[in-house]
Design a binder for this molecule. Sequence first.
Ligand code: GLU
Length: 507
Amino acid sequence: MTSEGAAVRVRIAPSPTGPLHIGTARTALFNYLFARHSGGTFVLRLEDTDVERSTAAFEQDILDGLRWLGLGWDEGPGLAGEPDHGPYGPYRQMERLARYKAISDRLLAADQAYYCYCTAAELDAERKRLEAAHLPPRYSGRCAHLTAAERAAFEAEGRRPAIRFRIQPGIVAFDDLVRGHVEIDASALGGDLAIVRADGTPLYHFCVVVDDAAMKISHVIRGEDHLSNTPKHILLFRALGEAEPLFAHLPLILNPDRTKMSKRKSQTAVDDYINEGFIREGLLNYLALLGWSTGSEEEILGLDEIAARFSLEHVQKGGAVFDRERLEWLNGQWIRRLAPVELIDRLRPFVQAEATAGRIDRMPADAELLPLVPLVQERLPVLGAIGDLVDFLFADRLDVDRALLVPKRWDRPTTLAGLIAARTAIARVGATAFEPEGLEEPLRALAEEHGWKAGDLFMAIRVAVTGRTATPPLFQTLVALGRERVLARLDSAIGLLTDAAGEGGKG
Ligand code: GLU
C-alpha cells in the first residue's frame, strides 16, 4: 500500500489501437482531476505493445484529443520528435523492451515464471475443449514443471517459448477506492498468466505492472472493465517486490439500453463529437458528471472548479448511461458563456464548412458574423448547428419548398394574400426605420386587421425569407437580411404561390 502522504502520481495509459474513445477521455479526465486536486502528477504512457493494431495515426489522434480537451500531462512521451519529458521515461512501451526483458529474466531466475512451449494451436484446442465442457478458459499448467530434458526436446522441435507467471493459489483482496473491499479467488484467474509472447514481445498485464512500479504510480484509476485484471496485477506487484498502488475502478459508460457503451450503439470517438461542434468546456463538464457528482445541485462547472471539488468518494459504483441530450444541454450552456469574439473564433471552421459544402455562397467576414451572435448564441446546442441558423443569410439563391410556405392552419390563397399584404407593409417601412420594433408594429397591426393569427403570418414570412420554419427571432432575422433582400425574397415566394395556383397546389 502507498504510505500516507506519499506523492500522488496517476496515469492514463491508452493503447493506440483506435481513435481517442469517450471512455478513455473520461478516465484521463478523472486522473487529471485527481492529480490537480491533490497537487499530484499526471503521467501519460502509451501502451503500444500490440504492434499489429497500434498505429502512429491513432497515437496522434489520442494525444491531439487529450490536448484539445486541455488535459495536459506533466510527464509523458515527446511529441513530433521532441524528447520525452519526465524522470521515468521512455513513455512508449515499445521503447522499454529491455526493461521488461530484464524483469522477466528475474522472474524466471526466481522460478516465479517459467517457459511455456505450448503452441497457439494447442492452446486453442485446450480452450475449445473447456468451452465444450462449459468451463471457463484456463491454462492447464502443462509446461509449469518441465524438466531440462523436456525443454530441450521442445527447443529441438523448433518451438519458441512464451513466458508464464505462476499464479499462486489464495484469495487476492484489495480496497478499491470506488467499489470498496474486493476479494477474488486466484483460482478464477485463468491459470498461469502469459507475460511474454513466444516472439519476445511482452504482454499488457506484465508491462502495466512493470511500468506502474517504475513510474511510481500511487493510484491506478481506470475503467471497471479492468477490475478482474487487478488481482493479476497485484500478484505481479508482489512477485516483483514492489509496493502496490491503490486502485479505483470507474463505472462503465453505458449505451442508453444499459449495455456497455459500444461503437455500434453510440458515438464513441471524441473526434466525432469535436466535428459536430461540441466545445471542450461542455464535453469536459459532461464527462466529469459521467460517474461523478458534485454532491450538490451545481452542474455547470469549469475544469478548475471541478478539480477543486473532485474526490473519488463521489464516484458512483453503478454504470453511467451516456445521455446525449444532457451533453447537448450542457454544451449549449457553455456556448452561451463564450465571449462573442471567442464564439466567432470557434464558429469560423463550421461556417467555413458550410461554404465548402456549397450551402452558402461565400464565407462571411467576422464583422458580418458578430451582429448575429445575440441571435444565435442561445440557439446552438453544438457549433455545427450554425448552418441551420444562418445559411439563409449568406446564400444568394434560396430554395423555398412551396409546401412549407403555407402555414398549417392556412391555405394557399390566404398565404398569398398574407405575403402580398406583408410585402406592402414592409416596403412602407423605410430603410432608416428597418429595425425590429419598426417592423413588428405594422406586421402585428396587419394580422389584426385581417383577423389572422400573428403566428401564422409570421411563419409565412419566415419561410418566405429563410426557407426554414425554425430561425432566430423573425424581426431580427429580417433586419439581418436587410430590406432589399427581404422584399426580393417575398416577391419570389409570392411568385411561387401564384405559379402554384394553376397546378392544384395545396388549397
Ligand atoms: N492500455 C490499457 C487500456 O487502454 C490501460 C489500462 C490501465 O489503465 O491499466 O485499457
